[in-house]
Design a binder for this molecule. Structure first.
Ligand code: NAP
Length: 470
């Protein structure tokens, strides 16, 4: 696949090329021409110059047409996601379905108003007026996305921005840019005016960093690591910033849990998407009295998550993003073992493939507990009671999401109230959501400003109030 970046619809033709290779077998998946600072300048100028203003119906039609085109080419998208990221093809098919939903919901939402009315004669100090709110699009957005869901991360920024009529300069991950470029082409084909979208890839110092700092950009919407997110927070200057950062989500299994459900959620949460989800289960916290019973079933279940060739429809777990990431995961496991943990299954690495790994007796201060391990690791820790589980869960710097497995409503409510996270899912994996529900974390996982189609649309707008005598 030979692709280019795009400056407002114009293919970028330079000699600088990025080769995208499969993390599984290093075969060439595609090439992409790269941009430099002059392309960034052209993209900003084209977006600010603007063009045809889009009505709500125009925006609906473009998003809906993109959704239809995506479904027509879903195999190409799934194959591209899988090839460039190493994710199993079944995960890539699932991701394409999620992208469909994002487009569907954004198209639907683009038709709706969310204004409020405040009557002013509601106190002795009031008068006969009404105050109304409406939302106006910001001028220009910079969207920067990570590698782990090459299509879904991008669509979760583009669709809400375009739904409210905001032009975007997109900087996808250099590791997985091809899905983003395919989507860019789909949007143009669906009728998106070219000034509304530029997709740029190039050296960080020439594209991403100047983009973040540029005063002509009104909002930076970023999803990625804590380190880069905090750098963006420090350098963006006077503009809106949305940060969706890392996670270290627990699955908390209480004594009364339905064991089969707990086992399934633990495996799905830890191993799906090669464990490379911000909301993957990265710590399994089990009540000490049921740990042995849990492990007996979990080790059997973990065997079902075979890892291998991502293109094989029977593969459940593909590679992680590259060999370096797999080596890092191996190291993290070795460090935990040196602290007394025990690998019960998996753990073997071949290139960028790392087998789903179940690790028992993981100390509470192990790196894989305190930091984010972005891969198919399932560290098991125990707790003695609910106070202990809540304290253990809250003991890291992250606060993205969580899952609690229990049949006791009183306990469930305590966790909802006391976990310091953006989401608590009872009897579900931490990652459960629909594409339009509010999503995002607190503490090091984010600033508490949510995404998800509806909240992200709000993020790309300013609220204006006006009042009238009434
Ligand atoms: P990353 O290294 O932070 O990169 C994310 C994006 O930032 C990439 O496009 C990257 O470009 C760009 N970037 C790098 N340095 C930059 C700088 N100085 N200024 C501006 N942009 C810069 O993250 P990743 O490794 O791709 O993704 C994995 C991380 O994302 C994990 O921590 C995961 O938890 C997090 N994540 C969070 C969520 C959420 O919703 N909370 C969702 C998914 C993933 P290059 O690729 O060109 O370096």
């Amino acid at each position: 696949m030979i692709k280019t970046c795009y400056v407002a619809g114009n293919p970028v033709k330079t000699d600088a090329v990025r080769e995208v290779r499969s993390p599984y077998d290093n075969r060439l998946v595609g090439t992409l021409t790269l941009c430099d600072h002059t392309h960034l300048e052209m993209a900003i100028e084209a977006a600010l110059k603007g063009g045809k203003k889009l009505s709500r119906y125009d925006r609906f039609s473009i998003l809906d047409k993109t959704r239809q085109l995506l479904m027509e080419r879903k195999d190409l998208f799934a194959q591209t996601i899988s090839a460039e990221s190493g994710l199993a093809i079944r995960e890539a098919v699932y991701e394409t379905g999620r992208a469909h939903d994002v487009l569907l919901f954004a198209a639907m939402e683009s038709l709706k108003d969310d204004g409020q009315i405040f009557s002013c004669d509601i106190s002795p100090n009031g008068k006969a007026r009404k105050i109304f709110t409406l939302r106006e699009p910001v001028g220009l957005a910079a969207c920067i996305t990570p590698f782990n869901h090459p299509l879904n991360q991008v669509i979760h920024k583009l669709a809400p921005a375009l739904a409210v009529g905001v032009p975007v300069i997109l900087k996808p991950s250099e590791k997985t840019p091809l899905s983003a470029v395919l989507l860019t082409e789909l949007l143009y084909e669906a009728g998106l005016p070219h000034y509304m979208l530029s997709t740029l890839l190039g050296p960080t110092g020439e594209i991403a960093e100047p983009l973040v700092k540029d005063p002509r950009i009104d909002i930076v919407s970023f999803t990625g690591s804590v380190a880069v997110g905090k750098k963006i927070a420090a350098t963006a200057g006077y503009k809106k910033v949305i940060l969706e950062l890392g996670g270290n989500d627990p699955l908390i299994i209480l004594e009364d849990a339905d064991m089969d459900k707990a086992v399934l959620l633990a495996a799905e949460g830890s191993f799906r998407n090669s464990g490379q989800r911000c909301t993957a289960v990265k710590r399994i916290l089990v009540h000490e009295k049921i740990k042995d019973a849990f492990l007996e079933k979990f080790l059997v279940k973990a065997k079902e998550y075979n890892c291998g060739d991502p293109a094989d429809p029977d593969t459940r777990v593909g590679t992680v993003i590259d060999e370096g990431a797999a080596i890092h995961l191996e190291d993290v496991v070795k460090k935990a073992v040196a602290q007394g943990a025990k690998v019960l299954s998996g753990g073997k690495r071949t290139g960028a493939l790392i087998e789903p790994t179940v690790i028992d007796n993981v100390p509470r201060d192990a790196e894989m507990v305190m930091k984010e391990s972005f891969g198919p690791l399932a560290p098991i820790l125990t707790f003695k009671d609910i106070d202990d589980a809540i304290a253990l869960s809250n003991s890291t710097s992250f606060g993205l999401s969580s899952g609690v497995v229990t049949n006791n409503m009183e306990h469930a409510i305590r966790f909802v109230k006391e976990l310091k996270v953006g989401t608590v899912n009872i009897n579900e994996v931490p990652g459960y959501r629909i594409e339009s529900s509010p999503f995002g974390g607190i503490k090091d996982s984010g600033l508490g400003i949510k995404e998800g189609v509806i909240e992200a649309m709000k993020g790309f707008t300013y609220v204006k109030t006006f009042s009238l005598p009434w």
